[in-house]
Design a protein around this ligand. Sequence first.
Ligand SMILES: CC(C)(COP(=O)(O)OP(=O)(O)OC[C@H]1O[C@@H](n2cnc3c(N)ncnc32)[C@H](O)[C@@H]1OP(=O)(O)O)[C@@H](O)C(=O)NCCC(=O)NCCS
Length: 184
Amino acid sequence: MTDRTAIARFSSEDVEAHLAGLTEILHASVMAGASINFILPYAPSDAARFWIDKVRPALDGGKLVMLVSWVEGRIAGTVQLDCDMPPNQPHRAEIRKLMVHPAFRNRGIARALMMEIERVAADQGRSLITLDTRTGDKAEPLYASLGYVTFGIVPGYARDVSEDRFDDCSFMYKRLGPQPGASV
Ligand SMILES: CC(C)(COP(=O)(O)OP(=O)(O)OC[C@H]1O[C@@H](n2cnc3c(N)ncnc32)[C@H](O)[C@@H]1OP(=O)(O)O)[C@@H](O)C(=O)NCCC(=O)NCCS
């Protein structure tokens, strides 16, 4: 990474102000085959709608944290932390929508985003992080190297972005602190 790389926390106003860059990274990721809930055909307008209709209100509601990695004035990566958990899981949060623009991959941006979102989670008192990722994707060993443990694989969980095929999904967790209620 260069010293012109920075990670920023985005508000809903930031989403609106930087909609073009966010649309570009989501659209490019899906077009490059990312398994992040969407399937083809996928237009830039679909990506823009995701940020405006889903992410902006969640940020306004204060239950979602979104980080963006800037490289030389461009949005190179992003990740979200969903803190909207049921009342019996105040210690848990879920990682969502980790993506790095195809033009910026393999330079440690995802790893840096994950380390920063974990710091945010810990600051918010979240000691248990969960996530899911397509089994066999590049993200899986990245998460494992960050200490995430696979607790289950669901066969045929999600459709491939372009092919008529349903892929397995790995569910993972990481503890950032002691297990609540566990004796030490
Ligand atoms: C998965 C994804 C987020 C990884 O982003 P990334 O920024 O390329 O990842 P990083 O560079 O932080 O780390 C990935 C690998 O590159 C390596 N790397 C880091 N810096 C590097 C460098 N300067 N040169 C070469 N490799 C490097 C890392 O060691 C890591 O290696 P690993 O495969 O052994 O884990 C990206 O491929 C992506 O957006 N995929 C599509 C969306 C997706 O699948 N998201 C996950 C949803 S759960």
